[in-house]
Design a protein around this ligand. Structure first.
Ligand SMILES: Nc1ncnc2c1ncn2[C@@H]1O[C@H](COP(=O)(O)OP(=O)(O)OP(=O)(O)O)[C@@H](O)[C@H]1O
Length: 587
C-alpha cells in the first residue's frame, strides 16, 4: 500500500470529523461563490437605478459573508480537532511501539533520529491530515464551483478563462514528483541534525573536558549546512513552481479583460455579468496559488509518513507467546544450557556454549577481562537480549516462554552508570514499586548506604535530581540505584560493577548491607575489585564468552592461572600471599 494511502488510514477514526469539515468547507465555498454573482447583479441594478433591489443585494452579500465566516470558523474548529486527534493517536502509537521494541533495536539507533521522527515528522503528517487535505479539497471545490458558475454565466468566456487549468494540473503533478525526494532528503538531514544536537548535549561533559567546543561547533555547522543546502533545493523548487502555478490563471485574466471587455462594449455582455465573471476568475487564483503550497505540504507529509512507517513497520524481534504464564514460584535458581549469544551486526559471539547452574540463594561472581561477556551473560536473565542458541532457565522455566513482565519483576540489575530520572529521590528509589511507603524507601536507602547523603540534600527524599542525576556524584547515583533495586525485592539481584564509583570505605559499608539483602536471593556480582568478588560463594571466570574456570577464590587462585592473572592484573587491591582473604575483603 502506498505511504499516502496508509497516511489516510490515520483518519479512519475521524470519519465524521473529516466529513463535517469537508461539508463545512463546501458550504463556505458556496457562500463565497455567491458573492461575485450578487456583486454582478448589484452592478447591473446600479445601471438600472433600482434602489430597493440594491439594498437586498447588499444584504445578500452581507449574509453570504456572514455564512462564510460561520462555516469557516466551524470548519477550523472541527479540522483542528481532527488534526490534534491524529497527532495524539500517532504519538501514542509511536511511543507504545518504541516501548515494545527489544533493547537490541536501540543499540543501533541514534536517539536524535528517533526524536526527530516523533516530533518533526509527526508534525508534518498531522498538519497535512488535519488541514492540508481539507484545504486541497476546498481549493478543488472552489475551482469546480467557480468554473460551473462561469460556464452558466457565459460558456465562451468560461472556456477561455479556464484554458490554463489543465496546464496547472500538469505542472502541479510535475512539482509533486520532483519535490517528494527533495523533501524526503530534507527530513532525513533534519533528523541527522537532531541526532547531532542530542549527542552534543548528552556529551557536554566530554566536550568541555577536552575543550572540543570548536570541533563540535564545526560538526554542527556542517550538519546545519547540509540541512540548509537541501532545504534550498526544496525551496527553489517551491519558489519556481508555486508562483508559476499561481501565474497561469493571470493569463486567463488578461484574456477575459480583452475578450469580455469587447463584449461589454459591443453590448453582448452586461457590465454586471462581466464584473461577476472577473470576480470568479479572481476567486480561482487564490486556490490555484495555494494548490502549489498544499501539494508541497502533501509531499512533506508523505516523506515524513514514510519515515514514521519505517519505525512502525519494524516488528518487535522478541517473541512472547500470547498466553505466556508468569514466572513460576521459586527462589531464583538459574541455569544456562549451551547458551550462545551473537549481538546483531557482530561477527563474534559474545557468549559461546555456556553451561552454568547457579543454585537458588547463592552468590556468584563473574570475573574476566573486559569484553569477556559478563554483562552479556546477565542481560540474558531478564531477557534484555535473547540467546542465539541454548536455553536460559529460571526456577525451571525457560525465560522465553514466560511473561516478560513477571520475569523482569523478579530480577533487578544495578550497573556502573545507572540512569536516574528527573524526579525526586523518593520517586527514583520507588521506581519499580511506585506504591512503596516513605518508610520502605528510607529502609532501602539505609541498606544501600544512601540515607546519609540523602538526608543532607536540601529537601531530603523530596529533592529533585536533575537529568541523569547530574547533581549527584557517580557514587551517590550508584547508591540510589542499589536502593531502587533493593526496594524491588527481586528474586535475583545483579550487581554489574555496581559499586565501582564508591570509595573503598563506603563500599565496605554497602557490602555489609548487601550481605543482609543477598541472603535468600540469588545474586550475580560483576566486579573488578577483589573485595567485592569475595562476597561470592562461587566465582565463574569468563574469557572470550566462554566459561574457563569456576570455583572458590582459593581454589581458583591455586588451580587456575588465568584467574590468578586476572586477580593480579585486573584487581586494584592485589593481595599479598600471606594476607587472609577475609581481611582483604574487609569481611
Ligand atoms: N549491545 C551490543 N551490541 C553489540 N555488541 C555488543 C553489545 N554489548 C556488548 N557487545 C560486545 O559483546 C562482547 C561482550 O561484552 P560485555 O559487555 O558482556 O563484556 P564485559 O565482560 O561485561 O566487559 P566489561 O568488563 O568491560 O564490562 C564485547 O565484545 C562487546 O563489544
Amino acid at each position: 500500500m502506498s505511504t499516502f494511502k496508509r497516511l489516510l488510514g490515520f483518519l479512519s477514526p475521524y470519519k465524521i470529523g473529516v466529513s463535517v469539515s469537508f461539508a463545512l468547507a463546501a458550504a463556505a465555498m458556496v457562500a463565497t461563490v455567491a458573492i461575485p454573482y450578487l456583486t454582478g447583479r448589484a452592478i447591473d441594478t446600479t445601471r438600472d437605478g433600482d434602489r430597493s433591489a440594491l439594498i437586498w443585494l447588499a444584504i445578500g452579500v452581507g449574509i453570504a459573508g456572514l455564512l462564510r465566516l460561520a462555516f469557516s470558523v466551524g470548519r477550523r474548529l472541527v479540522a483542528g480537532r481532527v488534526s490534534l486527534g491524529v497527532e495524539y493517536d500517532l504519538r501514542g502509537r509511536l511511543y507504545s511501539h518504541l516501548q515494545a521494541l527489544e533493547l537490541g533495536f536501540f543499540d543501533h539507533q541514534q536517539t536524535g533520529q528517533l526524536m526527530s521522527r516523533v516530533t518533526v515528522d509527526l508534525q508534518a503528517v498531522r498538519f497535512f491530515l488535519g488541514y492540508g487535505l481539507i484545504f486541497i479539497g476546498q481549493a478543488l471545490f472552489t475551482i469546480v464551483l467557480a468554473g460551473i458558475a462561469m460556464f452558466l454565466l457565459e460558456p465562451g468566456l468560461a472556456a477561455i478563462a479556464l484554458a490554463p487549468v489543465p496546464f496547472v494540473v500538469v505542472i502541479a503533478f510535475r512539482f509533486g514528483r520532483r519535490s517528494r525526494p527533495a523533501n524526503q532528503e530534507v527530513q532525513q538531514r533534519v533528523a541527522e541534525l537532531t541526532a547531532e544536537a542530542e549527542e552534543n548535549v548528552s556529551g557536554v561533559r566530554v566536550v568541555k573536558a577536552f575543550a572540543r567546543e570548536e570541533r563540535q561547533l564545526e560538526r554542527f555547522d556542517h550538519r546545519v549546512g547540509r540541512v540548509f543546502d537541501q532545504a534550498m533545493i526544496a525551496t527553489r523548487l517551491q519558489a519556481f513552481y508555486a508562483p508559476f502555478i499561481g501565474f497561469l490563471p493571470n493569463l486567463g485574466l488578461a484574456a477575459i479583460l480583452f475578450v469580455g471587455g469587447r463584449q461589454v462594449i459591443d453590448g453582448t455582455l452586461t457590465l454586471g455579468e462581466f464584473t461577476a465573471f472577473y470576480a470568479y476568475l479572481l476567486l480561482l487564483i487564490g486556490p490555484m496559488r495555494m494548490l502549489g503550497f498544499l501539494l508541497g505540504s502533501a509531499q512533506r507529509a508523505t516523506a515524513s509518513g514514510a519515515r514514521i512507517f519505517q519505525l512502525l513497520d519494524r516488528a518487535p524481534a522478541m517473541d512472547v507467546p500470547a498466553d505466556a504464564p508468569p514466572l513460576p514460584d521459586g527462589r531464583g535458581r538459574v541455569e544456562l544450557r549451551g547458551v550462545s549469544l551473537a549481538f546483531e551486526g557482530s561477527r563474534q559471539r559474545a557468549l559461546a556454549d555456556v553451561d552454568l547452574v547457579v543454585e537458588a540463594g547463592s552468590t556468584v561472581a563473574l570475573v574476566g577481562p573486559t569484553g569477556s561477556g559478563k554483562t552479556a551473560l546477565v542481560s540474558l536473565l531478564p531477557r534484555l537480549y535473547d540467546a542465539t542458541a541454548g536455553e536460559v532457565l529460571i526456577d525451571g522455566a525457560n525465560v522465553q516462554r514466560v511473561d516478560p513482565r513477571s520475569l523482569r519483576h523478579e530480577i533487578a540489575i544495578v550497573n556502573d552508570d545507572p540512569f536516574l530520572f528527573s524526579a525526586t529521590v523518593h520517586d527514583n528509589i520507588a521506581y519499580a514499586r511506585p506504591d512503596a511507603t516513605r518508610e520502605e524507601v528510607e529502609t532501602a536507602a539505609r541498606r544501600a548506604r544512601a540515607a546519609g547523603f540523602v538526608g543532607e540534600l536540601p529537601n531530603g527524599y523530596d529533592t529533585l535530581i536533575g537529568e541523569r542525576g547530574l547533581t549527584l556524584s557517580g557514587g551517590q547515583r550508584q547508591r540510589i540505584a542499589i536502593a531502587r533495586a533493593l526496594l524491588a525485592n527481586p528474586r535475583i539481584l545483579v550487581l554489574d560493577d555496581a559499586t565501582s564509583a564508591v570509595d573503598a570505605s563506603t563500599e565496605q559499608e554497602i557490602k555489609q548491607a548487601l550481605r543482609e539483602v543477598m541472603a535468600g536471593r540469588t545474586t550475580f556480582v560483576i566486579a573488578h575489585r577483589l573485595s567485592t568478588i569475595s562476597l561470592a560463594d562461587e566465582i565463574v571466570v569468563l574469557d572470550h564468552g566462554r566459561v574457563v574456570a569456576r570455583g572458590t577464590h582459593d581454589e581458583l587462585l591455586d588451580s587456575d592461572d588465568f584467574y590468578a592473572e586476572v586477580a593480579a592484573k585486573g584487581l586494584p587491591d592485589r593481595i599479598a600471599p600471606d594476607v587472609p582473604r577475609e581481611e582483604v575483603a574487609g569481611l
